[in-house]
Design a protein around this ligand. Structure first.
Ligand code: HEC
Length: 168
């Protein structure tokens, strides 16, 4: 009698286990089979007569050469440089140091990667305003992108600031 009871328990247990496994398999399987829309899968055409308002063209970093050709639309006035300096102090000093001299002058750079000296005359000559603007907006090889923290306009102000601290 006792053995029969244990046998029954095993049979019921095995059945429950098999049933559970079947549910799990079907569930997992069905979740992958159900229809879904993948982001970017469908392109909806805009209704007729719609025009874009504002917004800024963002050129990906793979096309830095294209971005580098963009002219700087912001005149390097004292006001622009002052805004650039302020933003630089907020966002860039941790890695680039208070005077943009790079190396390990920034507190984070000692733990991260020493940054280039942005005041270096040779580097300043090699880079266009558009190139550095792109660097700020979409990031560099390891440098993070600041396009979500700063507007394009602010990035141009920072470029103007960087030009103002160039070594002669
Ligand atoms: C997390 C650290 C970090 C922060 C913050 C940071 N940078 Fe950088 N930056 C780097 C590193 C590292 C490099 C060199 C490696 C590379 O090119 O990615 C670099 C390179 C650069 C260059 C040189 C590009 C070239 O080769 O001509 C410029 C210009 C620059 N950063 C500007 C900025 C500005 C402006 C900010 C603030 C908006 C900023 N960085 C914030 C780490 C940082």
């Amino acid at each position: 009698m006792k053995y029969l009871f244990i046998l029954m328990l095993l049979v019921v247990g095995a059945a429950a286990g098999a049933w559970g496994a079947a549910i799990v398999v079907r569930w997992n399987d069905n979740m992958t089979q159900t229809p879904k829309i993948v982001p970017g899968e469908r392109v909806f055409s805009m209704p007729a007569g719609v025009v874009p308002r504002g917004g800024e063209l963002i050129i990906p970093k793979e096309q830095r050469d294209v971005a580098a050709k963009r002219p700087n639309p912001v005149r390097a006035s004292d006001a622009s440089i002052a805004i650039g300096r302020e933003r630089f102090t907020t966002f860039c000093v941790p890695c680039h140091g208070p005077e943009a001299k790079g190396g390990t002058t920034g507190p984070v750079a000692t733990k991260f990667i020493p940054t280039p000296d942005l005041t270096n005359a040779e580097l300043q000559k090699q880079r266009t305003d558009g190139y550095w603007h792109s660097y700020i907006v979409v990031g560099g090889a390891v440098m993070p992108a600041y396009g979500e923290a700063l507007s394009s306009q602010e990035a141009w102000h920072i470029v103007n600031f960087l030009r103002s601290v160039a070594q002669k």
